[in-house]
Each structure stands twice: as C-alpha cells, then as structure tokens.
Ligand binder design. Sequence first.
Ligand code: GCV
Length: 845
Amino acid sequence: MCKRFVLATILAALSAALFPFASVRSETGAEAWLRYARLDEKTSREYNRLPATFVRLGNPNSILLRSAQSELLRGIQATIGRTFRIEPRISPEPALIIGTLDLFHEIDPAINPPSALVADGFWIAQIRFREQNCLIITSQSERGVLYGAFTLARKIALGESIANISEVQNPSAPIRWVDQWDNLDGSIERGYAGRSIFFESGKILASNPRIAAYARLLASVGINGCNINNVNANPHLLDEENLPQLAIVANTLRQWGVQLSISVNLSGPKTTGGLETFDPLDPKVAEWWRKKVDALYAAIPDFGGFVVKADSEGQLGPSFYGRTPADAANVIAHALKPHNGVVFYRAFVYNHHLDWRDPKNDRAKAAYENFRPLDGKFEDNVIIQIKHGPIDFQVREPVSPLLGALQNTNEAIELQVTQEYTGQQHHLCFLIPMWKEVLDFDLHSNGATSPVKDLIAGKTFHRPIGGFVAVVNVGSDENWLGHPLAMSNLYGYARLAWNPNLTAREISNEWAALTFSRDPKIRLTVTSTLLASWNTYESYTGPLGMQTLTDILGSHYGPGIESSEENGWGQWHRADAKGVGMDRTVATGTGYVGQYSPPVAKIYESLETTPDQLLLFFHHVPYHYVLHSGKTVIQHIYDSHYEGAAQADEYVRFWQTLKGEIDDERYNAALARLEYQSGHAVVWRDAICEYFFKLSGIADREGRAGHHPGRIEAESMQLDGYAPVDVTPRENASGGKAIECLSPQGCSARFVFKEVLPASRITIQYFDIREGDAKYRVFVAGKLIDEWTTNLQLPATKIGGDSSTRHHTPEIMIKKGDEIRIEGIPDKDDHAAIDYIEFSWNIQR
Ligand code: GCV
C-alpha cells in the first residue's frame, strides 16, 4: 500500500471519529440524479464479478460512443470504485463491451437480443462471447448504446443486481422532447429558477457549460430533443447572424444525442423577412421558409425542426389570411421534409376574447373544434402538440378529447414540468401521479381500448411518429428548478416518456435514491412526501375540478378566485350565490362532453357517473349537492382546504426527521420551501373558504370558515407610522385589511398580551413583495426576540395572495401583560406590510 494511501485512510478514519456527521458531503443539487454516490461495501461486492477490461467497438471518433464510455466509466468508478483496463479491441478475456449490434454481428452473427430492438432501444446482457463471459451494451444506433450505458450506470447506482442480466429496453415513443420557454433577453416565460442558460441580452450563450450539463441530464433519462426558445417566438432568432451560435449549441447537444429545435414565429416572413405577407399559401412565403430552412440545415445538418404557436394569445397565425393550421404547418413541413425535420404545431389555439355571458361559449372546446376537422390534412412530418387537458395545465383537468380524435395525424402530448399553475416550485407538487392518470386514461377512440399512452405513441392508429413533449424551463439556479425536490418532475417525465407503464412509486423511489440516498428511511420520507403532494396541492387550491383558483390574469400563483370570471379568457368556474361549476354537458351545457367518444361522454354527461374530482369541470351544481363521498359540495370545499393545509404542515415535520441524514444545504433549502408552503397553504385555505362562505352564506359544519379565534388583526393593534390598507380581493388578507409602512425610518405595531395561559410562539403573517427587502423585528416585553429580512423572490408585486407569507418566531414564554411590538422597515416597493399575528400554546388551552 503506498504511503499517501495509508495517510489518507488514517485521516479519513480520524475525521469519521471526530466528526461523525461529516460523511454527509455538501451538495448544491447541480448533479441532480447523476450524483453517482458511493455504494456501501457490501453492495459494492455484488459487482465484484464485473470484468476488468473495457472495449468500445466502432468508430473511435464517434462522439456518442465516447460519451457512453466516459459516462459508464465515471459512474462505475464513483459508485463502486472500479476502474477498467481500456482495450482498443476485443481480446480473449472477459470484458465490458459497448457498441452497435452490427459491429457485434461482424464478430459473431449469432448474437441477438431475446426480443426486437426499435430505434433508441438497447440490450444489456451477460453473454458468452468468443468463449468469454462478457457484459455487453448494444443497440441498433449509437444513441441507443448511450442510453444503455446510462441505464447500466443507474442500475449500479441503485444497487440493482446485474448478475445474469439480459434486458431489452425500447422507448415507448420516438418523440421524447423538452421545450424551454426562454426569451432572447435572458428571461424565461413561466420559469421559476433564474435566468436562461441559453440566452442573455439578445445573444445566444453558446459556450455556457450549463448547456452541456443539461443535455447530459436529459440524455441520462432518454430525452432526445430540446427546443430552446419560447413558443411566443422572437422571429429574430432565425436571423442569419444567429446561425453560427445555434450551430455551437447543436454541437453541444449532439454529444448527448439531443437534437436542437427552435420555436418560430409564423409572421416572420413579414416582420423580419422583408415580405409584405406571411400568408402560408403565397409562393413567396413558401420560398422564404425554404431558404431559411436550407440555411439552417447547412449550418446544422441534424437540426430537429420547429415548434409553432399561432393564432393563440396574441400570436399571429394563418387565420389572419383565412387559412387553416394545416396550411401553415404544411408550408413549413415542405421546407423541412428534404432534411428530415419535423414541425410541432401546437393545438393551443383559442380565442381569449370569448363572450362570458354566452352560456354556450367554452374555451375547452377550442382545440378539438380547430383541429379535428383537419385530421388527415397535415404532412407526415407534422406533429400536433396537444396539452394534456383542454384548458391549460390546471391542477386537475380531464384528458383533452383531441388526443383521441386524430386518427390520420401525428400527435404528441404536451406536459408541464415547470409548475406554472401548481405552485411555481415554491410549493411541492410531484406531477407524476397526475400524468399517470392522463396516460392511462382510455379515450375509447377506436371503439376499443385506446389509452392516451398508445394514442400518442402512434400505436392505436399506426402513425409513424409521435410521443411526448414537456415544458421544463430549467434556469441558471444551481439546482436547475429552484425547489430541491422539483427535479423529480423532470426525472419522472422522462422516465414516463421512456416507459409510461412505470408506476409513480417506482419513479419516485428511483429518484429519491439517486438524488438523496438509498437509505430506506430517507427514501421512504422523500417518496411518501412526493406521492402525496399533488393531491395536497389540489385540495387547498382548486378541488372538485374547479381548476387552480388562482390569479389567472397575472402571476398564476396565489389565490385569485374571481379573476377567471367575467372576462374572455374562458377559465370560468361560474360560482354564484346558489352554486358552482361549468355545465359542459350536451343536454344543457356547452356541449363539450360531446367531443369525447360515446363511452367516455356517457360518464361525464351524467352527474351520477362523473367522478367527484371532476364534478365542477363538467356540471354546475348547488352547494348542497351531495358528492359520492356523502359530503355536500360546500362542506367538501371547506374540509379539503383545511385538510390540505394541515397536510402541507405535516411535510415540514416529516422532512425534519431527515436532519443530519442528508447534506445540510439541500436539507435546509427544502425545509425553507416546505415551511413557506405550509404558511401559503393557510393563505389559500382562508381565501377560498372565506370566499365561498360569503358567497353561499352556508356555514362550515366545523365552524372554521370565516372564524379565526386567537388571531390579532394588525389593523386592530396600536399603530405608530403604520396605516391600514384595504386589500383586493378582500379574501386575500384576513379581514380584508392589512397595515403598511410608508415611512423610510420604519413603523411599529403593538398590543398587550392578555391571555391567562402563557403562549410559546408568535406567528406573523406578513407580505413579501419581490422588489425590495423589508425588515421586521419582534419584541416581547421590550426584548428583541426575532428579526428577519424578506427576500423569498415570490412573484408578488402588491399586498395580497401572492405575497402573503408566514413567519414563526422561535419558542419563547409570552406572559399576560407582555407588550408585543413588531417593527417594520420598508424597502423599495416592499412596505413591510402585516396582516395578522397568531400565538401557539404548548399546553392545550
Ligand atoms: C408561452 C399559458 C401560459 C403562457 C404560455 C401559454 C402557452 O397561457 O400562461 O405563458 O405562453 O400557456 O402554452 O403558449
């Protein structure tokens, strides 16, 4: 043993004895699920029979095979400490061999996987090869070999047995893409984790190392395409001077088998192209697209294609010239076809100036009405990209009927990893259980079984291409998506795109083990929190299919129950004094239900058979209507909000059991978000319960809605400098009011504690505005007990539901007669506003 090694061993043993927790190394989350943490000795021994030699067959310059080799060797070395002797060619000894199947066949034509491999599929197997025991990874394509390499590395990182392995894996669908909504100025539409990794100030960040790191993460879970710019597309991205930079990005992605694609603006030929028209049927326009596409492929021969958002939310489209989406998609498809490029044409086409007074109007009908009549009219390199629900990534929607209505057109489902309507990564919301429900949903579109996962893969109607797209919006935050647990959604999305038959539990278990630890307690804590989180979020934001009851005209974040009503956006829930819900039936409503095949329509047309969780999406019912659960609608609204907020609070305690067992950085970052979520869930709970209590006039059986005993409203305190303000909508602050401080020197609010039993903690409900870092200080009986600065980076510009935040002071004895004083020092737009305070007691009062 060399001296250096002996010394290192002694030091390691010493530090383990002196610092028993130091073995939990600090982490940022940047490595996501590719941490390749060292396995324990016993598990490592399971891999003792791995061969000592590594051989890579094929072209030595192949970048994909080089990536496969480096990843596999890196993973194996990190997890079990094994290195290999790298041999340039096969020699008579056991080896780990990677290469495409045709190269194996050159040596031994009898080598064949037990079942067929499709594109990107791979076979990992222990076989006898030239009379040696070898472990091989092979595929029809080099990209498949790369996926096999990642898979073997993952299996070892998970401690899975590979003894006698012979596993064929084929992806469920050829399209497994991600979209970024990055703008050229570096901002990201609906991005919640920092600035763009692709653009800044109008320039392409071609040499940003984060691009390669992102591509590697994507490849590790089988993602094969990335669209890098916002679908609300800046036509200048196609300008000639951007091509060299785009080519550099494409080179980076190519190392990991990820194809580059960009969003284009249909008005480009006119707005930036010098033509007087962008009419898709004008030959000059067709020629314009052809030239653009040819130039693009001259720079990037394996360019993927274009994504198109048109006639939607202000984006111009073919309707401007009385043309159809097929006319528009096809003109671009013709230009792309000679290069094998594809067009993703989004079905998110709708009128956001609908007349809300007309009870027959319904935004949910738009995608089907616009695209169903065009079935069969699209070129075969066009893919219709369809959001999973008919509205827009709400916390719960039924499956889009369009997914089952296109029999002669390619389609891809669009999912959303970035949590626009599901808590913007300030709240935990693991979306895999939702997506599983969608993918398994049987639309009966061919009169027999046709689950969504088969429809999009092209299996049901024998389409040549189709699959999955997710809007991801990773950003410059080190951990990619902001919340330390949010990358579970990207991981899970990709795993489902590869194999939609995996269960949410299997996926969360893998992710927890790879991201945190294989330790059963850590795994169980993380997975059970993840698995419950979507239903929890739904229960305190928008249960029974009402959709996320958020501010739909602005941030899409905090409560904004009425913002969806009486405007043209069509996200209506139609709550009034007597009842709530959208009647979408054929018999009496908008007729949306008729877009489903008869077996599905039959379920939703009837009140009796519509599942409770979608009731108000399909029906308008009185508040006293009794659900299948036996509760009335109004009582369900109250109960689910109280239960959901209590569950969110549980997550905090559950997470705290991991202290010291995972690294402090990620532990603390996740704890801060979970604590914030538990406070914001109370804001949601109170706003929605208050709103429906007032509107319906029906009391909560449990007496909670509208009553908050023990709450001291800030406006009722003795104010020095602070002034009361009305909050709109009123339900977004307790009592409809808050206090704010406009004096730069600061303000204070105080009152005397009069309870007989001493309290142990104060909770302050305050407002954290994004622009400005206000300061707060809390005094009890003249003694400073706590202070903090507001800087949570919430999407909040004013006092209300987006900014309302909780702070708990440390435990302290508060006795009768003590003066409680809160000081606030404003900063910029943040006026150190306060809503109310509450106390906690250690003993039952
Ligand atoms: C990129 C929703 C979002 C928009 C997004 C749009 C879309 O409406 O709020 O930010 O625009 O969906 O999917 O095109």
